[in-house]
Design a protein around this ligand. Structure first.
Ligand code: NAD
Length: 168
């Protein structure tokens, strides 16, 4: 039984994340997805709650063909202790997949094997780009799985983002 760990903020979960997870699903028996910065929501850079992000991910992965556990993980003040914090919250895992340089460094320092998946269409497939498009009233729906469009509609997420971006 080989378990892989994949962490992100997923603000929102998009097609780049989905492509990486399809790749990881072919390499391990089970996947743990850590929803990072779980304590943050209702901010321009972090509009969605941990629960909303869990919903986006869980619904998008229904036909992945690999069991997935989606675990919210709050940030902590000390980077040097973060991997121990992650391990205390997640089922045991053998390998971490991340392309975030800080995440890669912290897991390697903790003696855990890390692989960095390739980036897909980074200019378009980024949370910043998608949030900017939502704010500007441009199309963003094709950059995320259809289940994510559905969740964001259900929670009126674009309206929330525009509201919190307004100046008083
Ligand atoms: P993210 O949602 O930006 O990205 C998640 C993963 O997807 C990353 O590996 C990223 O490289 C990859 N990705 C993004 N766009 C992609 C694309 N187009 N194609 C392929 N892959 C793509 O999240 P993140 O910033 O990497 O999340 C790391 C989380 O870990 C954050 O929540 C951060 O706060 C947390 N963290 C916390 C501490 C602490 O609490 N001390 C320390 C380190 C990290």
């Amino acid at each position: 039984m080989k378990r892989g760990f994949y962490v992100g903020r997923f603000q929102p979960y998009h097609n780049g994340h989905q492509t990486v997870l399809k790749h990881i699903a072919g390499k391990v028996d089970e996947i743990i997805i850590g929803v990072g910065s779980a304590q943050l929501s209702h901010q321009v850079d972090n509009p969605f709650t941990a629960g909303e992000r869990v919903l986006m991910i869980t619904r998008s992965l229904h036909d992945l063909g690999c069991p997935c556990y989606v675990i919210p993980i709050e940030d902590i003040q000390r980077n040097a202790l973060w991997v121990a914090h992650v391990r205390s919250m997640a089922p045991p895992f053998d390998i971490c997949y991340s392309s975030n340089p800080l995440v890669v460094q912290l897991f390697r320092d903790a003696g855990i094997k890390v692989q960095s998946p390739a980036m897909y269409e980074r200019d378009l497939l980024s949370g910043t780009e998608i949030r900017n498009r939502m704010l500007a009233g441009k199309s963003w729906e094709k950059l995320v799985p259809p289940e994510v469009v559905q969740v964001i509609k259900e929670i009126d997420g674009v309206k929330r983002l525009r509201q919190i971006a307004r100046e008083d």
